[in-house]
Design a protein around this ligand. Structure first.
Ligand SMILES: [Ca+2]
Length: 345
């Protein structure tokens, strides 16, 4: 038995503990991932230890996570709103531009209105994500998993705060993004948005790979399991506010992306000659390539994936077109939808 295997076993029957780093509201797949995590908690398959929000509008994202979890009746999950920009960058104009580009119907993230609820109680909010992450490491007695489904800035800050504690206390990092082999190790592929936003921070995260096992969930996996308008219709039909939020947020996400970058939008989502950028929802039925929930499922449902591509102890899933990382995409998608519906029903 190698040392890593020994480290993985841990105390008897402890649920896997997950700290999630998310840029929820950036793409709909983060909200899917939060909903999925809540479902796994309800199904007693996961302990959601804490959530860090990051990138551009971390406070708004933190509110979103807290409202989602409160609406889903998952309590006691501490959160922390992290960095708007990569460390050292202070250009507020970038944030203003970002906010401007995300306004639809003169409102910023109007779909958050669907989550309002007067009786909710929020869990503790930590001032600094790095403090929260080290607290969670302590709490998990050396067996914390991290889901990095957003830029790496705040995770890097946690590593830099106390590298030894981090490397000894984190079992594994699950990343939605791609990496490549170089010199027997992993290097981040900056074609992936999450890893590109703060390249230095990504390098810091990857510098822990001697001690921590990485699983990378690449885009070719997500392309196999596209969610459509009809899937989001199922979520909304439950009548649950989070189901309605998911549907509306997916729609508005399409409208925003089309407005910001019609080329990228067409490349990712349009499969018809007939297309009018003024009304994308009329012509496009695709809603989401669910990278982020798949990265979580690589932790909770590892048997669903082809995990044969290994670089040392690390696992690369869905990094190439000819190896999308799963033999039965329909099964994976069905599991994701069923899990989301479970917590909405
Ligand atoms: Ca994300």
């Amino acid at each position: 038995m190698n040392l890593f295997a020994a480290k993985r076993i841990g105390p008897a029957r402890m649920l896997p503990r997950l700290a999630l780093v998310t840029d929820v509201l950036e793409d709909i797949d983060d909200a899917e991932a939060v909903t999925l995590a809540a479902s796994k908690v309800k199904q007693e398959q996961l302990s959601l230890s804490g959530v860090v929000t990051t990138y551009m509008i971390p406070d708004i994202r933190d509110n979103c996570v807290e409202m989602m979890l409160a609406n889903l009746a998952v309590d006691g999950v501490p959160t922390s709103a992290g960095s708007a920009l990569p460390s050292g960058e202070t250009d507020r104009a970038v944030i203003d531009e970002y906010v401007e580009a995300h306004v639809v119907n003169k409102k910023l993230f109007e779909e958050l209105g669907l989550l309002q609820n007067g009786t909710m109680e929020f869990s503790a909010r930590w001032e600094k994500p790095a403090d929260l992450i080290h607290h969670l490491i302590e709490d998990a007695k050396g067996h914390l998993n991290i889901g990095l489904i957003a830029p790496a800035t705040d995770l890097a800050l946690a590593i830099q705060m106390d590298r030894k504690h981090f490397e000894e206390g984190v079992d594994a990092i699950y990343i939605s993004g791609q990496a490549e082999e170089e010199g027997g190790g992993l290097v981040p592929n900056f074609a992936a948005h999450n890893l590109n936003v703060d390249q230095e921070a990504s390098q810091v995260v990857f510098s822990t790979q001697e001690q921590v096992a990485f699983t990378l969930l690449g885009k070719w996996a997500a392309y196999q399991t596209t969610l459509y308008d009809t899937d989001f219709e199922l979520f909304a039909k439950t009548g649950h506010p989070v189901g309605q939020f998911l549907k509306r947020s997916a729609e508005l996400g399409m409208v925003r992306l089309c407005g910001r970058n019609v080329g990228k939008f067409s490349h990712l989502y349009v499969d018809t000659d007939e297309f009018d950028p003024a009304d994308p929802l009329k012509y496009v039925t695709r809603r989401s390539h669910p990278y982020d929930p798949l990265a979580l499922m690589a932790l909770t449902d590892p048997e669903l994936f082809d995990r044969s591509v290994k670089i040392g102890r690390h696992t690369i899933i869905g990094a190439t077109e000819d190896n999308p990382g799963m033999s039965d995409p329909l099964l994976v998608k069905r599991r994701l939808i069923e899990d989301i519906l479970f917590v909405l029903s």
